[in-house]
Design a protein around this ligand. Structure first.
Ligand code: COA
Length: 168
């Protein structure tokens, strides 16, 4: 019962953390996997994203963090994982996830996608929204306590450092 929770995690949010906490007890091992996806023009490097995830899951014994390139189905095969974990915030997510689940089940033998409905507190949240608010906010007079409801404290500190350094 090994599962993979894949994504860009740029950065990981409290919405992702909620999914990790709910999914971990259902599997013997949950691998949170960061995709190398240059197409998304990431704010954080893969190493930074892996570090923030490792910090976040350090107290959940059956969760590990990894990175991958190429096809998710190939990575799942390599890790002997039969399940993918994804989250749905809306109908739009459903329309996006259904073909991806079908494709992954064709690409990987017996690869099942298990979906979790996002908690109501996080249905509007995305990493992109966090990136945008933080990027614009840190260039002006910004009360960054707003970020506390969206990202873990360590991620907020990394956002502040990253965006302060890119301003120069
Ligand atoms: N809480 C907060 N945010 C959530 C969320 C939740 N519960 N659920 C989804 N999201 C957001 C993410 O923050 C992200 O926001 P962003 O686009 O603003 O950064 C967005 O939903 C979806 O991103 P993500 O989960 O990172 O998925 P993705 O669409 O970037 O990539 C992969 C999906 C990584 C699984 C997929 O592209 C992949 O593995 N590709 C590799 C190649 C491959 O195998 N292709 C064939 C697949 S059919």
């Amino acid at each position: 019962m090994i599962a993979i929770f894949p994504g860009s995690f740029d950065p990981v949010t409290l919405g992702h953390h909620d999914i990790i906490q709910r999914a971990a007890p259902l599997f013997s091992k949950l691998i949170v996997a960061v995709l190398h996806n240059p197409a998304k023009n990431p704010l954080f490097t893969v190493n930074e994203r892996v570090d923030m995830l490792q910090h976040l899951v350090k107290d959940i014994p059956n969760v590990e963090v990894a990175e991958y390139t190429g096809l998710l189905a190939g990575f799942a095969r390599e890790k002997n994982a039969k399940y993918l974990v994804r989250s749905l915030r809306s109908e739009a997510d459903c329309a996006y996830e259904m073909p991806m689940a079908q494709a992954n089940s064709k690409l990987g033998t017996d690869l099942e996608t298990v979906v979790f409905f996002a908690a109501p507190a996080y249905i509007y949240l995305s990493s992109g929204m966090v990136r945008e608010v933080a990027a614009v906010g840190y260039t002006s007079d910004f009360d960054d306590t707003v970020l506390d409801q969206w990202v873990p404290a360590a991620v907020k500190a990394m956002l502040r450092m990253k965006l302060a350094s890119t301003k120069q």
